[in-house]
Design a protein around this ligand. Structure first.
Ligand code: IFM
Length: 451
């Protein structure tokens, strides 16, 4: 099966960026050369990770980075999105780990040499444990620590980076990590989530200022994940519940960035749940961004349950789902992008993550026939093209993920990669989805070279 049925779509244009993405904790391993992160602690806590695994070894990317770049190069992608591990860069005593920085500088230099544009994310959830010990994202000081860390990285990387994202999916850090506790650091309480997100957004704004000062020509922004919500019925109460879910889980994250204020909902939540907003914070948070990264996987249908946290229903009987149990719903991506475009005046959007987990198995002759992933990527790329046809300015698309990796609380059981990773041998094998993406990118390059 060919990926991207609609050739001739924006995806074939040279100014549209196509890439693959990973994150530090999920692939790097080499834990002995960095500080401990909150995810190490979480993995050590019994019952937190489905397969009792950890990120100490992961895909051993720190060991195999050169051959990993060779594979990325062979795919013919334009760009590679990866994150920097904060605990690999700043030690507990505040000193800079030069070896940690050198690892990333080597990676950046090699990507540049190969003509692959580096998209760097500064924070993809691996907070140093020594900062969590001081309160983590519930402590305002963590935002200032992030500002300092960003400055160290940006100065060291110089002009090697093509694009910076401050944070990846702060919803997950704040809500999953501090409110419902299914992610590190595993705190549970309605009084925590919105406090944590305020400090994360503050950290973003402070880092944006650092980027503006030290990397003024490099495009910089943030990556948010969104779930488009749909009412489970036409009943008014479900429609109202759907708006509430949207305000809590989507608007709460984007509105402060773009409009410098939280949604109206802030007036209606208990005082104990409100963030500690200091004078001037919202100006910092709404520092202008050059792009908005959008991560999309699925949608949710919402049913009123009388609470302020409406019920998100599982996919309806008969709907196609992924190995995560998530509904395959490409229309949701188009709807989301069109809605964001309608509700906000946005900078260009980049789809910074999209993909699925499937129960991939290798055949005896070494093939991985991940047809569902190919269909998924195809339909979602077409969904992006549809949004562009409706006027949404989208400049890139990244597949999540380059390779199978540590899927957080679900360990290694969920395979999101277009490369199959044998965790015993650490051999990477191109799944059929990678081969068809590669074929599409080779064709595309040939078209560009023809002129
Ligand atoms: O693996 C994660 C990634 O780290 C962040 N976005 C969602 C992916 C799939 O769950």
């Amino acid at each position: 099966m060919d990926i991207i049925a609609k050739l001739g779509s924006p995806f074939s244009k040279p100014d549209f960026t196509i890439g693959v993405a990973t994150s530090s904790f999920q692939i790097e391993g080499d834990a002995e050369h960095r500080e401990k992160s909150i995810w190490d602690t979480f993995c050590e806590t019994p019952g937190k990770i489905a397969d009792h695994s950890h990120g100490l070894v992961a895909c051993e990317h720190v060991k195999h980075w050169e051959s990993d770049i060779d594979i990325i190069d062979a795919l013919n992608v334009d760009a590679y999105r990866f994150s920097v591990s904060w605990p690999r860069v700043i030690r507990q005593d505040g000193s800079v780990n030069d070896d940690g920085l050198a690892f990333y500088i080597g990676l950046l230099d090699r990507l540049i040499e190969k003509g692959i544009r580096p998209y760097v994310t500064l924070y993809h959830w691996d907070l140093p444990q020594y900062l969590e010990d001081e309160g983590g994202w519930l402590n305002r000081q963590t935002a200032y620590a992030f500002e300092k860390y960003a400055e160290v990285v940006v100065k060291a990387f110089g002009n090697r980076v093509y694009s910076y994202a401050t944070l990846n999916e702060p919803f997950c850090s704040a809500y999953l990590g501090y409110e419902v506790g299914i992610h590190a650091p595993g705190m549970v309480g309605k009084e925590f989530g919105k406090k944590a997100i305020h400090h994360l957004l503050l950290a973003h704004g402070l880092a944006m200022r650092v980027l503006r000062e030290h990397a003024p020509t490099i495009e910089s922004g943030i990556v948010l994940n969104f779930t488009p919500f749909y009412p489970a019925s036409n009943e008014e109460k479900d429609v109202i519940a759907t708006k509430l879910a949207h305000d809590h889980h989507n608007d709460w994250y984007i509105k402060p960035l773009i409009h410098g204020e939280y949604p109206e909902l802030i007036k209606h939540i208990p005082n104990a749940h409100k963030p500690d907003v200091h004078p001037g914070d919202m100006e910092v948070i709404s520092e202008s961004i050059d792009f908005l990264g959008v991560n999309y996987y699925t949608r949710a249908r919402v049913q009123d349950n009388g609470s302020e946290d409406p019920h998100q229903m599982p996919p309806a009987e008969g709907k196609e789902t992924t190995a995560m149990g998530w509904e395959v719903f490409p229309q949701g991506l188009t709807d989301l992008l069109v809605q964001l475009h309608r509700d906000y005046t946005l900078p260009p959007i980049i789809i910074t993550e999209n993909g699925l987990a499937s129960d991939d198995e290798m055949t005896p002759d070494g093939q991985v026939k991940d047809l569902q992933r190919q269909r998924y990527l195809n339909s979602h790329m077409n969904a992006v093209a549809d949004a562009m046809a409706q006027g949404v300015n989208i400049t890139g698309y990244f597949v999540w993920s380059l390779m199978d990796n540590f899927e957080w609380a679900l360990g290694y059981e969920k395979r999101f990669g277009i490369l199959y990773v044998d965790y015993d041998s650490q051999v990477r094998t191109l799944k059929d989805s990678a081969k068809s993406l590669q074929a599409m990118l080779v064709k595309r390059k040939a078209l560009h070279n023809q002129g």
